[in-house]
Design a protein around this ligand. Structure first.
Ligand code: 5GP
Length: 207
C-alpha cells in the first residue's frame, strides 16, 4: 500500500467545519483525522483526544522543544499544532488523512512543500459567518469579533489553497469535497498499475 493522501483543510471559525467533518466521518469511514493539540479550553460537547488533545501551555511548549510538531501556530491567543505522529502514522499506513489547519499552518506546510491537497471552506458571506458565531453561543463578544477578523484574513489568503468550496448547504459541500478527493486520487503522479501487464507496458516508458 502506498502513502495516503494528505488533505489540508481550513475553514474560518463558524463556517460549519464541525458539521462538515461529522458528515465526512460517516461517508468516508476510512478517512483518518489528524487530531490536533491545543491549549484552548475544551468546549461543551467536545471530547479530549477526539476533537483535540487538550494540553497545558507548558506541555505544548515542551512538545515544541522536542520537535514533536509538523507545524504549530498561535491562533486567538492559544496554541494549536499538528503532531508529526498524528499526521504521519496514518499517512504511512496508506490512509487518506485530514489535517485541519489555520492559515499560518498552511503557510508553514506550503513553505516546506508538504505534499497534499489544500482545501479552503468559505462561508456564504461575512454576515452569515457573524450570525453563525453568535448563534453558536460558545464565545464572548470580544472572541466573536476576533474570530471574524481572523476569518476575514483567512478568506483574503485563498490563493494559498488548491480549492475553495463555499459552504451554503453541508450536503453540497461534502459532495464537492468528495469529487475533489476522487480527482486528486486519479492524478497521474499517484497512479499505480493494477495488473502485471500494464506494469510491464509502463516500464518501457512512454513514446
Ligand atoms: P477552534 O478553536 O475554533 O476549534 O479553531 C480555531 C482555529 O485553529 C481554526 O482556524 C482551526 O483551523 C485552527 N486549528 C485547529 N487545529 C490546528 C492545528 O493543528 N494547527 C494550526 N495551525 N491551526 C489549527
Amino acid at each position: 500500500m502506498g502513502e495516503g493522501l494528505a488533505i489540508i483543510l481550513s475553514a474560518p471559525s463558524g463556517t460549519g467545519k464541525t458539521t462538515i467533518c461529522k458528515v465526512l466521518r460517516k461517508k468516508l469511514p476510512d478517512l483518518k483525522f489528524a487530531v490536533s493539540h491545543t491549549t484552548r479550553p475544551i468546549r461543551k460537547g467536545e471530547k479530549d483526544g477526539v476533537d483535540y488533545t487538550f494540553i497545558s501551555n507548558e506541555e505544548f511548549e515542551d512538545k515544541i522543544k522536542s520537535n514533536d510538531f509538523l507545524e504549530w501556530a498561535k491562533v486567538h491567543n492559544c496554541y494549536y499544532g499538528t503532531s508529526l505522529q498524528s499526521a504521519e502514522t496514518p499517512l504511512k499506513k496508506g490512509y487518506d488523512t485530514l489535517l485541519e489547519l489555520d492559515i499560518q499552518g498552511v503557510k508553514t506546510l506550503r513553505d516546506m512543500k508538504y505534499q497534499g491537497v489544500y482545501i479552503l471552506i468559505f462561508p456564504p458571506s461575512v454576515k452569515e459567518l457573524e450570525a453563525r458565531l453568535k448563534k453558536r453561543g460558545t464565545d464572548s463578544k470580544e472572541n466573536i469579533h476576533r474570530r471574524i477578523e481572523t476569518g476575514k484574513k483567512e478568506i483574503k489568503k485563498y490563493k494559498m489553497y488548491d480549492y475553495v468550496i463555499t459552504n451554503n448547504e453541508v450536503e453540497d459541500t461534502v459532495t464537492t469535497f468528495l469529487s475533489i478527493l476522487q480527482a486528486e486520487k486519479s492524478r497521474v503522479s499517484l497512479y499505480k498499475p493494477t495488473s502485471p501487464d500494464i506494469e510491464e507496458l509502463l516500464k518501457d516508458g512512454v513514446d
